[in-house]
Design a protein around this ligand. Sequence first.
Ligand SMILES: [Zn+2]
Length: 63
Amino acid sequence: MSEDDLIRCSFCGCSTEERKHIIVGSGANICDKCVLACVEILIGANETEHTPEAAPVQGEEKE
Ligand SMILES: [Zn+2]
């Protein structure tokens, strides 16, 4: 039971004992909970980027 064996999330600080998955990167780790938080942020950012006004409507008069 050494503390060194525990992988900790670099974002929230939780360990492999608390979370099911922790993805280990080079110099930083991230747990499943923080990945989901990131995905939510990215999806939210993506939605605001693609507003209907920003999308040009072209090529509707093909016939
Ligand atoms: Zn985390």
